[in-house]
Design a protein around this ligand. Structure first.
Ligand code: G3P
Ligand code: CA
Length: 257
């Protein structure tokens, strides 16, 4: 699964990053969603836009029209990501796909129009502050698009996943874990959660976790798996999915298994 799109090569969470992930053979696209001040879900990882755009401020304090004025691509140009364009040329639609804020709606449309089946893994961010509004809007959009490919909802918040399960029990949920808390070490998950989402650090420290989660009846989806040694570790342990910034390279490496 492509983490924020093919974000190792193209600015994260842009339409161009997701198009590249599809070209690179990703089975699914991962994205983070946040609510704007006027109630749109946009694909942005951080609480603020400061790191990934030329603007400042919290996503939740900005309206979609204000976010649309910002450049979400050029920050990455100095980090080895090539635009391949003369910076003095007037912007065209290809440029705008590398620099514009991406709404979840546009991403759903991309998946709906894709020439081959591509799944989605959508992560709810800041779900506590908005007390259910993120999940509600997300489910409305999914209901509208009715994608035929697998969609999973991920979160570090069990409460957010519980809201999703209560409203849409058919949607698989993924419980993201940064640390393996003692109460989760036996492989069991909070009620209603179907899939375990440990970080790669957890697997390095607790490789036995995969077998335990499998024994408890859960798939294991691991993030963020870029280093070749980590890809090998996941393959050796039999994890069910890896989330990576470099889908093409990981796919090539996994083909050898
Ligand atoms: O796929 C899960 C992973 O994306 C969680 O971490 O910080 O990249 O959203 P983060
Ligand atoms: Ca994420």
């Amino acid at each position: 699964m492509a983490h924020r799109g093919a974000s190792g090569d193209v600015p994260e969470h842009t339409l161009a990053a997701y198009r590249k992930a599809i070209e690179d053979g990703a089975d699914a696209l991962e994205c983070d969603v946040r609510l704007t001040a006027d109630g749109h879900l946009v694909c942005v990882h951080d609480r603020r836009v400061n790191r990934t755009s030329n603007g400042r401020g919290a996503v939740s304090a900005l309206e979609l029209a204000e976010l649309a004025e910002l450049d979400f691509g050029s920050w990455k140009a100095g980090q080895g990501v090539q635009h391949g364009k003369d910076p003095y040329e007037s912007p065209d639609s290809e440029d705008s796909e590398r620099t514009s804020v991406l709404t979840l709606e546009r991403l759903l449309q991309l998946v709906a129009d894709a020439e081959r089946p591509v799944g989605l893994a959508i992560e709810t961010k800041h779900p506590t502050r908005w007390a259910g509004q993120v999940e509600e809007r997300l489910l409305q959009l999914l209901d509208h698009y009715r994608l035929r490919t697998p969609v999973r909802i991920m979160s570090f918040s069990a409460r957010s996943l519980h809201r999703v399960q209560a409203a849409a029990p058919q949607l698989p949920t993924v419980y993201l874990m940064q640390l393996l808390l003692p109460r989760l070490r036996d492989g069991r998950l909070p009620p209603d959660v179907r899939i375990a989402g440990p970080s790669i650090r957890i697997l390095r420290a607790h490789p036995e976790y995969v077998e335990r989660a499998h024994r408890a009846g859960h798939e294991v989806h691991v993030w963020t798996v870029d280093a070749p040694a980590d890809v090998d570790l996941c393959a050796r342990l039999g994890v069910d999915a890896v989330i990576t910034n470099r889908p093409q390279r990981v796919r090539e490496q996994l083909a050898a298994w």
